[in-house]
Design a protein around this ligand. Structure first.
Ligand code: ZN
Length: 197
């Protein structure tokens, strides 16, 4: 199933607005925890949650893969519980994903994220959250700038504090390198006129 028409453009605008609110530019890494704070969403790690001790041990131990995070609606607000046993890039991605649901005002009671997507959510809602969280962490404009600079996926991942697969995915879906290559070819064929000519 494809995203509804115009959603990608809307997600870009929304992510750009959020960066303005956070006072960061397109090429800066985004801190999903700061984003949560900005929207009054508290983030708890599993051991700060109300889960019993053996449940925490379960989800941070043998079943660590089955729980990335949860978004829980409480009254008019919401909180995020995230799995602190995961590496930082994954935790940042989880919090960004949950915040994307908040920003998109998706209807939910409790959303539990197992791998990278939420169990109970519809495909459409999940695709929207994935697209927006990707745009938040590595905006299309930043992907293009990185492509023009010839950055590798590894450099991009390090700079934006995302995983390499996430960097690769964003560089692909934004077509950043293809666009950079095409533009460069055009420059080679049609060099700029010298100043004053
Ligand atoms: Zn989700």
């Amino acid at each position: 199933m494809a995203l509804r028409r115009g959603f990608k453009a809307a997600a870009r605008r929304l992510a750009a607005d959020v960066r303005d609110e956070l006072d960061i530019r397109a090429f800066d890494p985004l801190d999903p925890y700061a984003l949560a704070r900005l929207y009054g969403v508290e983030v708890f790690t599993l051991d700060e949650s109300w889960l019993p001790r053996d449940a925490v041990e379960h989800f941070t131990g043998t079943a660590a893969e089955s729980f990335s995070g949860a978004l829980i609606q409480i009254g008019t607000g919401s909180v995020i519980v995230e799995n602190h046993a995961h590496r930082d890039t994954r935790r940042r991605s989880t919090v960004a994903h949950e915040m994307a649901h908040v920003l998109l005002e998706h209807e939910f009671g409790v959303l539990v994220t197992s791998g990278t997507s939420c169990r109970a959510a519809s495909t459409e809602v999940e695709q929207e959250a994935a697209e927006l969280s990707g745009e938040l962490l590595l905006p299309c404009d930043a992907a293009r700038t990185a492509a023009f600079r010839g950055w590798t996926d590894i450099s991009i991942a390090r700079h934006f504090r995302i995983s390499e697969p996430m960097a690769r995915w964003r560089m692909n879906v934004t077509g950043a390198r293809r666009i950079a290559r095409r533009t460069r070819d055009r420059w080679v064929r049609r060099p700029c006129h010298p100043v004053g000519a």
